[in-house]
Write a protein that binds this ligand. Structure first.
Ligand SMILES: [Zn+2]
Length: 353
């Protein structure tokens, strides 16, 4: 018996909370508990605060992540989460709801942390590529006149502004949107995310104020993707040598470079860190992992280390030894770098501010 989308959808209506809770787990429960007005960790890419369910979530399963995209219903969300085709997504939900005969039911085999092949049209990819290129072409380097908000930003994060990588640029005024709605113009720090063959697949943007604070918006850090896969990609803060450092955040990468002088690539998130491709010429990899209460950073570090080791690389894992301070969700190497030069109490009270 072949079920139609309409049939499964009808039975699923009003039950999406329990469907996705069972199929995704506690990270989904947290997002459901928070409802449509509050943000939570993204169940797809693991980012800290970019995700929320829609008002009609219980009815449709719809939800949105500022990095992974907007999902009109629970089927679309599951497709992205588990890299399923639309048919697989439908069959899995039908099976969960008991709509299939036992003999026909499909085993639930989530493909963890894989990236769905793009379904975006070539024209759309080309339009996005042009937008990325245009924005990048007007960006100023750190040392150029007018780029002061960029140097102020890194200074405020405790970094030595003499060594800001050339791979970052600043655009003085750029629109910030939440969904389709315009929220204001801000200065924005740009960092290109390059695929293993060196093509730009996304532009990472950090929205900041003129005096170098994080913009007071819902998601001051965003990824504008071209619409192609991000698998293997990273922000190449410094050119790789025989030794390469890998981490999640841009500021963490710069801090590690300033502590150790090693070239570092930032992989943006734990999900992308796990998947990064390291060039063949690199012999030794240092993974500078975040220490998260959720363990996402530590887990990504471990998975990446195992894969790179199997590829024949020498791998050294670096996770901060310090305890995660009270009231904080994580500690990273930027924190460690700053703590070396200031008292813990004054640093974390400033970081919270
Ligand atoms: Zn996400």
């Amino acid at each position: 018996m072949k079920l139609t989308y309409r049939e499964v959808k009808t039975v699923a209506q009003g039950r999406w909370g329990s469907i996705l809770s069972n199929m995704v787990g506690s990270i989904m429960d947290d997002a459901i508990d928070r409802g449509s007005n509050r943000h939570s960790t993204c169940p797809i890419h693991g980012g800290k605060q970019p995700f929320r369910v829609f008002k009609d979530f219980e009815y449709t399963g719809g939800c949105v992540c500022s990095q992974c995209g907007s999902f009109g219903d629970g089927f679309a969300f599951l497709q992205e989460k588990y890299s399923w085709s639309s048919t697989e997504s439908l069959e899995q939900v039908a099976s969960y709801l008991g709509l299939t005969n036992k003999s026909e039911s499909v085993p639930f085999v989530p493909l963890k942390n894989t990236v769905r092949p793009s379904t975006i049209k070539p024209e759309e990819i080309e339009a996005r590529r042009l937008k990325i290129q245009q924005l990048w072409s007007i960006g100023l380097h750190a040392h150029e006149k007018g780029a002061e908000p960029l140097t102020h930003y890194f200074f405020n994060r405790g970094l030595n502004i003499e060594h800001i990588p050339d791979s970052l640029r600043l655009v003085l005024s750029h629109g910030y949107y939440e969904g389709q709605s315009f929220k204001g113009n801000y200065s924005v720090i740009l960092a290109p995310v390059l695929s293993p063959n060196g093509t730009c697949v996304a532009l990472h943007r950090t929205y900041i104020t003129p005096n170098g604070g994080k913009a007071l918006v819902e998601s001051p850090k965003k990824l504008y993707t071209k619409g192609t896969s991000l698998r293997g990609s990273a922000i190449r803060l410094f050119p790789a040598q025989q030794t390469l450092g890998l981490c999640e955040g841009i500021e963490t990468g710069i801090a590690v470079n300033q502590m150790t002088k090693m070239p570092v690539w930032s992989c943006v998130s734990a999900a992308l860190l796990k998947m990064v491709d390291v060039p063949k010429t690199v012999k030794t990899v240092y993974i500078w992992g975040d220490k998260d209460r959720s363990k996402a950073g530590q887990q990504a570090t471990k998975e990446l280390a195992e894969r790179l080791y199997a590829e024949g690389k020498e791998v050294i894992i670096k996770i901060p030894e310090l305890e995660i301070p009270q009231g904080q969700k994580s500690i990273d190497w930027l924190d460690v770098y700053n703590l070396q030069r200031t008292s813990q109490q004054s640093y974390f009270s400033r970081r919270r501010a």
